[in-house]
Design a protein. Structure first.
Length: 205
């Protein structure tokens, strides 16, 4: 850390060294050689280097890529800690579960264009995603694809996920029952991933 800072020609006294190390949470590992670090610890060290200059804005691109689940959790907690210490963090990620867990606001880009933005809750609330379990997935998928207002019909052995736009769930159930398809489960699912897919598909239609 000291060598990294001094390589930029700045006095070590100007570095935010102690706080950067404290936020990164490397603990006793600061006395070990970096080559012994796990990928997660290396990510923490990289973020600590950035924090030496007390940045007000950090731009992070896929910061958890290549990490195991435990390391991903640790880096996400670190990102939240950065925000708690007053930094604005701009996170670019295709891992929407991660975005939902870490971010307060979201901007959705499609083909280089901004197609939606708002708080995470606003975008999730705008999505009408439904999961169904039926006794004949194949026939149900074919029927659902023919109903106006139903999109992103994805079926597997366990059930079907769909997105709704301007059509109520009871209309879906009625159509399935009239086609002699038994409906065992129907529930709303509100996730950022569902909202993202619904928004992107809506802009492409």
């Amino acid at each position: 850390m000291k060598a990294y800072w001094e390589a930029g020609g700045q006095a070590l006294s100007a570095a935010n060294l102690d706080q950067a190390l404290a936020i990164a949470g490397l603990g006793s590992a600061i006395r070990r050689k970096v080559r012994t670090y796990s990928k997660g610890m290396q990510q923490r060290l990289a973020l600590a280097q950035v924090l030496l200059n007390k940045p007000e804005l950090l731009v992070l691109d896929e910061p958890t890529i290549g990490l195991d689940p435990g390391e991903m959790r640790d880096v996400r907690e670190l990102i939240r800690s950065l925000a708690d210490h007053g930094a604005t963090v701009l996170l670019s990620s295709h891992i929407l579960v991660e975005v939902e867990q870490v971010c307060s606001h979201v901007a959705v880009m499609n083909l280089g264009k901004l197609v939606a933005s708002g708080t995470v809750d606003e975008l999730i609330g705008a999505s009408q995603s439904v999961y169904l379990e039926v006794d004949d997935v194949g026939r149900a998928v074919a029927l659902l694809k023919s109903i106006p207002g139903v999109s992103r019909v994805e079926g597997d052995a366990g059930g079907i996920s769909i997105s709704l736009s301007g059509v109520e769930r009871k209309v879906i159930v009625t159509a399935l029952v009239h086609a002699n398809i038994g409906v065992e489960t129907i529930e709303s699912r509100h996730r950022l991933e569902d909202a993202f897919l619904g928004i992107v598909e809506g802009t492409e239609s």
